[in-house]
Design a protein around this ligand. Structure first.
Ligand SMILES: C[S@@+](CC[C@H](N)C(=O)[O-])C[C@H]1O[C@@H](n2cnc3c(N)ncnc32)[C@H](O)[C@@H]1O
Length: 277
């Protein structure tokens, strides 16, 4: 059965998705929406977009199914290497220096659109690999996303060897268990690495999030591109309240102008520092 969607119906879905998630679904994406929902319509025994609209309006879980189908979760370990070069070099050096001065041996970071977990696990591995004596430190990584589906995968921490290719080989055994039998070709994050994570479902559109701030670093990468300019600026301003003075904000390379527009100090391309008050 071919599903049909009128332009009016598409506009209603565009508005719903925009209002609830900030994601701007471009006008040319109507066919994409139809194709991504075709299978779902069969599963739910729904045959029109008006009926489906009623379902998603009344069922939060189904709304999230819809969001999962329109958003992209593309990610990879150690994505945007220059960020990790900076993080492993200057950032860690500053943390070590601060600990000598203040005695504080704690690093907190937040991956605000963590998708399936590659980003927060990369952050954690970078910290562990670059602190002189990591056992002396407390490390906490908040990993959040709007999608329960990707958060479940992130918590599970199971990756195919194809996903693992971006991790230097010498780290595989240290941080992952190699699957055998039915799980051969898969790698599972070791408990000690996963235990550094706190997973939460947060919508970046919410006016605030139920967490304490003071993060040393916030990674907000490759999610703002789906929002319009006004919303991008709004999110980056809100994040500022959760960063400690002198903390770093990492944006995606195509999102870099927002940092400058919101009073952060540019450090290297797409990395910004929150100035001291
Ligand atoms: C392309 S992935 C980025 C993953 C990772 N940050 C990276 O750079 O590789 C975008 C993620 O943003 C999430 N997302 C989209 N809208 C969101 C919102 N309003 N609040 C929180 N997360 C959102 C999606 O679910 C998706 O997992």
């Amino acid at each position: 059965m071919a599903i049909k969607m009128s332009d009016e119906e598409f506009t209603i879905f565009q508005k719903l998705i925009y209002d609830e998630t900030g994601i701007s679904l471009a006008d040319g994406k109507k066919d994409l929406l139809i194709s991504r929902l075709a299978r779902r319509f069969i599963d739910l025994n729904v045959d029109s977009f008006s009926d489906y609209y009623e379902v998603v309006r009344n069922d939060e879980k189904e709304f999230m199914e819809l969001v999962d189908r329109v958003s992209t979760h593309m990610t990879e370990f150690f994505r945007e290497q220059p960020h990790f070069d900076f993080f492993e070099g200057r950032f860690i050096k500053e943390m070590e220096k601060r600990s000598l001065k203040t005695g504080r041996r704690k690093i907190t970071a937040w991956s605000v659109a963590c998708s399936t977990g590659e980003e927060p696990y990369s952050i954690a591995m970078s910290i562990l690999e670059n602190l002189a004596v990591p056992v002396n430190w407390e490390i906490k990584i908040l990993a959040s996303d709007i999608s329960n589906g990707v958060l479940e995968q992130a918590k599970n921490g199971l990756y195919t060897d194809d996903r693992m290719k971006d991790i230097p080989k010498y780290l595989w055994n240290k941080y992952f268990l190699k699957g055998t039998g039915d799980n051969s070709g898969n790698y599972k994050v070791k408990d000690f690495l996963r235990n550094l994570m706190i997973f939460r479902r947060f919508n970046l559109l919410d006016s605030k999030w139920p967490i304490r701030g003071g993060f040393d670093a916030i990674f907000c990468r490759n999610v703002l591109i789906y929002f319009d300019k006004e919303m991008q600026v709004d999110v980056v301003r809100k994040l500022c309240h959760y960063l400690r003075d002198g903390g770093y904000l990492f944006l995606g390379h195509s999102e870099t102008f927002v940092g400058g527009a919101t009073g952060y100090q540019p450090i290297i391309p797409s990395v910004f520092k929150k100035p001291a008050a």
